[in-house]
Design a protein around this ligand. Structure first.
Ligand code: ATP
Ligand code: MG
Length: 258
């Protein structure tokens, strides 16, 4: 199984929207995909249609109680896509894990249990705390959604420093598969300038596919559906399909079935 962490400590940049729709696009190619909601807000769980009352086992049980991986998995309505949902309990995990030895390696140890998935997509919370550190320690690679706005690059350098620290201390093999520009608005001159700036700074690390600002993407979660299912032909869905294609081309071949 190859695992991809979707992280950026900045809030509201499109991490969850990216995690849900990429996971869906990957499942549509025939891969068996596990989405892990590692954010106490539980937006990925809600957005994929898992009501709060139906979250029997969650990422909290996985991290804090080391519950067996399989026991924490819920089915979604999307064929080939399962989820480990998050509950608000998870906000306590950062504190509960403080006294635990190897507290950043909890998720990595859980994911070592092979339960038949090809790809795991991890939706991180908007911080660089213990939850995100667990994701970066467990992941093979990181995908960074980046909103084209003024402070985007500044936040990114902080994230990249954290990646370096994780590589040095916990996960020397952690890669960065790419940066995805999100909520791109062609009519906004600043978006254009920032996007040019980011591309000249990061080069090929930035995916060619750019996710436009698209109201269908923001409506879909309230129906408990990925945008790709809610309206597969809207501009946002098409952009996520293009992003998934690029992502697959960048993944090490032997690791995926698609
Ligand atoms: P958080 O840091 O709180 O976890 P996030 O980085 O996961 O946020 P999202 O929840 O994916 O970000 O997106 C924030 C808000 O913007 C949501 O309401 C979402 O529906 C909306 N949104 C995300 N991407 C787009 C887009 N491309 N076009 C329009 N709205 C979007
Ligand atoms: Mg989120």
């Amino acid at each position: 199984m190859i695992s991809i962490a979707i992280a950026n400590q900045k809030g509201g940049v499109g991490k969850t929207t990216t995690a849900i729709n990429l996971a869906t696009a990957l499942a549509a190619t025939g891969s068996k995909v596990l989405l892990i909601d590692l954010d106490p807000q539980g937006n990925a769980s809600t957005g994929i249609g898992i009501a709060t009352a139906d979250r029997e086992r969650s990422s909290y049980d996985l991290l804090v109680d080391a519950a067996p991986l399989r026991s924490c998995v819920s089915k979604t309505r999307i064929p080939g896509l399962d989820i480990i949902p998050a509950t608000v309990d998870l906000s306590g995990a950062e504190i509960e894990l403080v006294s635990v030895e190897d507290r950043t390696g909890r998720l990595r140890d859980s994911l070592a249990q092979e339960i038949g998935y090809d790809i795991c997509v991890i939706d991180c919370p908007p911080s660089l705390g213990l939850l995100t550190l667990n994701a970066l320690t467990a992941a093979d690679t990181l995908l960074v959604p980046l909103q084209c706005e003024f402070f985007a690059l500044e936040g990114l350098s902080h994230l990249l420093q954290t990646v370096e620290r994780v590589q040095q201390r916990f996960n020397p093999d952690l890669g960065i598969i790419g940066v995805a520009l999100t909520m791109y608005d062609r009519r906004n001159r600043l978006t254009d300038l920032v996007s040019e700036d980011v591309r000249s700074c990061l080069g090929d690390l930035v995916f060619q596919a750019t996710i436009p600002r698209n109201v269908r993407l923001s409506e879909a979660p309230s129906h408990g559906l990925p945008a790709l299912v809610y309206d597969h032909s809207c501009s946002g869905s098409r952009a996520y399909i293009a992003l998934a294609r690029e992502l697959i081309a960048r993944l090490p071949e032997r690791k995926i079935a698609a």
